[in-house]
Design a binder for this molecule. Sequence first.
Ligand code: UD1
Length: 419
Amino acid sequence: MDGIRIRGGKPLAGRVRISGSKNAALPILCATLLSDGESQLRNVPDLRDIGTTAQLLETMGCTVHCAPPVVRVKPNNVTPEAPYELVKQMRASVLVLGPLVARFGRAKVSLPGGCQIGSRPIDQHLKGLEALGATIRTDHGYVLAEAPRLRGAEIVFDMPTVTGTENLMMAAALAKGRTTLVNSAREPEIVELARVLNKMGAKVRGAGTGVIEIEGQDELAPFDHAIIPDRIEAGTYLVAAAAAGGDVLVENVPVEDLETLIAKMRAAGVTLEPDGSGVRVVRFNPLRSVDVTTAPHPGFPTDMQAQFMVLMCLAQGTSQISEAVFENRFMHVPELIRMGASIDIHGHTAHVRQAKRLDGTEVMATDLRASASLVIAGLVAEGETLVRRVYHLDRGYERMEAKLEALGASVAREHHVEG
Ligand code: UD1
């Protein structure tokens, strides 16, 4: 298994370009199942989760040409079954459920695995498909959904779920009549999926608000679409540059989708200036502690919580970081404490005090964003840090060590044999 070795203490300088959005590309890859022609995605990041989705589509019988940044999918001979071996590698595989049942009248999809951050049920996806007329059973770890033709309905989510909203938008696009999704998620990736469904001929209105309306169609056309930049990758480099110090231009940043993070970073004393399609980040002053609570978009993204916590380890005072979206999303904390961080957890809140310094050591990545936080901690720490199990990082960050190296960091990938 690969690890990343970092020699800390160097400020970052230069430019880094943000890749296409993983969380936008995944549902859009699944949306290719909704038509029978060949669809093309451009600006797709070269990541393990993209490879897993391509493999899943191929296993089901699609013809897939996966050469990021371009991926083409033709779903000409589909068996609507998603096996455990692939779904366990990535929770978002559940995104094939809606398109499969809508287009083929049945689907058999393994219950998902993915990052170990809380229990992460899919009850809202299933409840929504039932409301559209599907019969749902679970059997030996698989979900079996059947419906000769889905019918539009009003669906009220108990909580805004991102992939739940996406799954039902895709299902509703081929349902008979109108579907209204109430208390839907408002993430930019939802807006991006609506753009694609509209290109395919569905009539989707209200994406980006809490109420989305979809006029279902009898057939949808294939599409050609370039994916938006990844707001979480962008946020991760903004925080990395602020933590390590220096002067970095992060290019291709969806600034309007990162307003909450940017406001919190400014409150912490970081200088962030819009510059063309990017943001220049410079840190002149000592950092001040600020409190954050994660929330669905447009609130502070849970996917930036771990990285922001490293910044707060360096800030004067005590910061309270509350995780309100997922249970069990503080798995980076014990590893940061081993590096010298001063953090206490009380329920869903971490109390983060300024660390005298962070020390390099060997740490273990446990999930995608936790891994990114450990890499940032390694950039700041004195001496050498080895972040093990970076396969988590490879799920969501394109060539992170190369991008950091180009900014002057001392980072190298190593291969380890684990006993
Ligand atoms: C998506 C993102 C992930 C991000 C998360 C929250 C993708 C591929 N992944 O994950 O990076 O961290 O949004 O912004 O886009 N819930 C239920 N029942 C359900 C569905 C969700 O109880 O049926 C709960 C979850 O346990 C969680 C909350 O709802 O507490 C939000 O989860 P959700 O928005 O569904 O996250 P994902 O779509 O899995």
